[in-house]
Design a protein around this ligand. Structure first.
Ligand code: GTP
Length: 137
């Protein structure tokens, strides 16, 4: 995909109902899911993209040179890949979904704090609207 050099996008991704995974299968199983999701994200993105754990079961993904059209394509691809993934852990094989909050700035007009706040608002709306979706703000 050709990248738009003037844009920067950010995704906050949160695993849905993750407390239930821990409560049902135990914390080590939750850790196993988090590790596999990290690998899925890394395999889905480019080397210039920055991925980090954000809080407990959230991930932050910073996408340089990525506009709103492109971030939506990436987010939907991530959502579907994770939704279709079977997480094989020693306690059980399980499925999870994720909700993603997206935001984009042109010419780096917004600070990182502003971008995180906007993505967090989008994530909150996605959770309120039933999870397993992306929302762009
Ligand atoms: N196994 C494991 N669990 C974690 C880690 N960090 C946070 N958690 C758990 O993640 C869960 C987050 O729960 P909540 O914030 O209630 O959210 P949720 O159950 O995912 O529900 P929604 O986000 O509303 O869909 C808690 O049970 C935390 O203990 C971690 O590193 N490993």
């Amino acid at each position: 995909m050709k990248r738009d050099k003037s844009s920067l996008s950010l995704i906050l991704m949160d695993i849905d109902h993750f407390k239930k995974v821990n409560d049902t299968y135990g914390h080590p199983c939750g850790d196993c899911v988090i590790t596999q999701i990290s690998e899925t994200i890394e395999n889905s993105l480019r080397s210039e993209d920055v991925i980090a754990r954000w809080g407990g079961e959230e991930f932050i993904i910073l996408l340089p040179n990525t506009d709103s059209t492109q971030v939506v394509i990436l987010a939907e691809r991530l959502r579907l890949t994770i939704k279709n993934q079977k997480f094989v852990c020693s306690e059980a094989d399980l499925k999870v979904t994720v909700t993603l909050g997206l935001t984009t700035t042109n010419q780096h007009a917004l600070s990182l704090d502003d971008l995180v706040e906007k993505a967090d608002q989008a994530l909150y709306i996605g959770k309120e609207n039933g999870r397993d979706q992306y929302v762009i703000n």
